[in-house]
Design a protein around this ligand. Structure first.
Ligand code: C5P
Length: 234
């Protein structure tokens, strides 16, 4: 599994997004990028096609969670946009995850990786227990969700770096882990709770780190990206 740094393109317009990507032109780098709800809802499917046409790998982070039939059909539509990775909430049940997988077939035989969101990295164990009434600990909950995702046939999960190593040990080494909640040392944590640095994430054996504000809000985003790559991949 190739390790990579995925930049969260959390922008609200196409212009801002393309201007940001153009910063990387002089370096020749084509970072793996993530399109989430903010950009997708602002610009629609056209933004995915536009970035794909520029030859970027795309994680389409729309976190689907609905009845199985709706998720299957939504995944088929997203798959047609050419995304390399899509995701659903594992809380939608194994039946919904299997439906998601059945939606992602392409005529050329390729398909995006389908990843399950476990517990958001902005959710603390205390809030999960008091507001969601999940009595188990955060690691137990994430591992249980990851096992459900693996048995439903998903390719991997989104989890915090704190859980990535254990997810791999209970699922399999090849089960993909995607870990947001990453901050370069000294950066503001913001709304995230379960955070770590790229260097510490590397030690967990996770496959992908997702970095938003530590790169997009940096004074020099290209330097911040290069720092993440160096610390995470070497
Ligand atoms: O700016 P920051 O690095 O916190 O951005 C993290 C990105 O990863 C955001 O786009 C957020 O939606 C996404 N994400 C997350 N936790 C998850 C799944 C996705 O933070 N469980």
């Amino acid at each position: 599994m190739p390790k990579d740094v995925i930049i969260a393109l959390d922008f609200s317009s196409r212009i801002e997004t393309i201007d940001f990507l153009d910063l990387f032109r002089p370096t020749g780098a084509k970072p793996f990028v993530k399109i989430g709800m903010e950009l997708f809802y602002a610009e629609g499917p056209a933004i995915v096609r536009a970035i794909k046409a520029r030859d970027y790998k795309i994680f389409l982070d729309l976190k689907l969670h609905d009845i199985p039939n709706t998720v299957k059909k939504a995944m088929a539509a997203l798959c047609g946009l050419g995304a390399d990775m899509c995701n659903v909430h594992t809380a939608g049940t194994a039946e919904m995850m299997r439906a998601a997988l059945s939606g992602v077939t392409r005529s050329d035989g390729t398909r995006p990786l389908v990843i399950g969101v476990t517990q958001l990295t902005s959710t603390s164990e205390a809030r999960m227990q008091s507001e969601l009434l999940i009595g188990a600990s955060m690691p137990e909950t994430v591992l249980h969700y990851a096992k459900n995702a693996a048995s439903a046939g998903l390719d991997g999960v989104v989890c915090s770096p704190h859980e990535a190593a254990q997810v791999k040990s209970v699922c399999s080494a090849g089960f993909v882990t995607v870990t947001p909640g990453i901050r370069l040392a000294g950066d503001a944590v913001g709304d995230q709770v379960r955070v770590t640095t790229p260097a510490l994430a590397r030690e967990t054996g996770t496959d992908y780190i997702v970095v938003g504000r530590s790169i997009t809000a940096a004074a020099d985003p290209v330097a911040a990206y290069q720092r993440c790559v160096l610390d995470f991949i070497g």
